[in-house]
Write a protein of this length. Structure first.
Length: 426
């Protein structure tokens, strides 16, 4: 899933953003794997209704009369990785803020300069899965419910995805109407390398990216950096990191003028402000999408309806770019590749809500299988980077095995989501 401190480690296995290279070895690992058992409350000012060590909730006046709510993921040493407790706390906080008419909008950001949120607590989930522990279900339920809630939130929601944004971080940001990337943003969804699939609503937003870009990102785990996150359509705006303090104050001015106004009015004012900051930054950056030279190749090869068809198209393409993609895909779980291919095709025809219900089914199939555990073992525990996938080849991954990932969970308990107002911008 997408719950991974682990995701940061996968960066060393993914192609660099030149679209033509593959890292031959893992050069470094960060120690991100400790499971956090509880969020402890600390004392803070009266302007903070909820303040925890792992996640901070503050409502402040940025200019006189201009206040809004800020959620800060506060685990910088773990790249602000999301855990089960944090997901529950954020959900509770958002529900409280949604009922407060004096707060026009919400901003979510990460603490420190390295990451917005690099993922979540994947080792804890797999350890629970081995012994039938409830976390293997509870985490996905809490995370997906929060992701869905963000996409249906009744107030403008701004995600500042400055730094590494993967897994759980994608779910906390991509479904909101405003997603601000900076020159330091790094986005990737490398779940197929760990024996999983791109979840947290990947079924919903990836098929909606330009052409077959979503399928390409989902299968290869390709990294998008800085401006590319905007050009790909993952971010709605690109704003230089040095401009973020100024933006914070200007959002306060917008809120001062927007108290008691409708969501549409506030959203339009925020849109106008972000457009101004974006225009300044994009003019300074002045660069195009790094994948532009490969768009036709991506659409042609990754537009095939089957994984076998994609590989055949890459073989026929014959370019260095195509050979590099074949090398990349050869390292992924064959089951994950076929399941992900099917996932995105199904997701393109599902509602926002039903995408999460489908993904929950898929997680429970992964928890009952081999590759998720084996991928975590090979990359994160033993660190031999030599996973023994079962089945080991695409040819051995039967249509029945793929179908089982979309069947109801063995216990019959589906993911239940409330029918919120729909606002996801994808």
């Amino acid at each position: 899933c997408i719950i991974w401190k682990a995701m940061y480690k996968l960066l060393n296995h993914l192609p660099e953003p030149k679209a033509t290279s593959w890292s031959n070895s893992v050069k470094r690992f960060s120690v991100l794997m400790s499971h956090v058992h509880g969020a402890r409350r600390t004392v803070h000012s009266t302007s903070t209704p909820y303040h925890y060590e792992e996640v901070l909730f503050t409502t402040e006046e940025w200019v006189p009369g201009g206040r809004y709510h800020v959620i800060t993921l506060n685990r910088p040493k773990s790249l602000n990785a999301l855990n089960y407790n944090m997901a529950g706390l954020i959900t509770k906080d958002l529900k409280s803020v949604e009922q407060d008419d004096s707060i026009p909008l919400v901003v979510i950001k990460g603490s420190g300069t390295k990451a917005f949120c690099a993922g979540g607590d994947i080792i804890a989930v797999t350890e629970a899965g081995k012994v039938g522990g409830s976390l293997s279900k509870d985490f996905f339920r809490a995370e997906y419910s929060l992701n869905h809630y963000i996409g249906t939130y009744k107030k403008p929601f701004i995600a500042i995805i400055d730094g590494i944004t993967m897994g759980g971080g994608v779910g906390l940001s991509v479904h909101g109407p405003f997603r601000i990337a900076t020159e330091h943003t790094l986005f990737a969804m490398p779940e197929t390398f760990i024996g999983l699939f791109p979840d947290v609503g990947g079924s919903h937003f990836l098929p909606k990216l330009k052409g077959k870009l979503g399928m390409y990102l989902a299968l290869t785990g390709y990294r998008l950096k800085g401006r590319d996150v905007y050009h790909a359509g993952v971010a709605t705006h690109l704003i230089a990191r040095e401009k973020l303090p100024e933006l914070a104050k200007e959002l306060g001015r917008v809120c001062k003028a927007s108290v008691s106004r409708s969501r549409d009015v506030v959203e339009a004012a925020v849109q106008s402000l972000l457009d101004q900051f974006h225009q300044q930054s994009i003019e300074v950056d002045g660069k195009c999408f790094s994948l532009d030279p490969y768009v036709d190749n991506i659409n042609s090869c990754f537009g095939n309806p089957s994984m076998e068809g994609i590989l055949d198209a890459l073989q026929s393409d014959g370019s260095k770019w195509a050979r590099d993609q074949l090398k990349t895909l050869g390292k992924m779980s064959p089951t994950s590749l076929k399941v992900t291919c099917e996932q995105l095709q199904r997701g393109a025809g599902l509602s926002f809500r039903d995408c999460f219900k489908m993904e929950y089914r898929m997680t429970q199939a992964c928890m009952a299988g081999n590759d998720f555990y084996e991928g975590v073992r090979a990359v994160l525990i033993d660190k031999d980077n030599d996973p023994k996938w079962k089945p080991s080849t695409l040819a051995e991954v039967s249509p029945d095995l793929v179908r089982q990932h979309f069947d109801p969970p063995p216990d019959g308990l589906e993911l239940e989501l409330l029918h919120f107002f729909f606002s996801s911008s994808f």
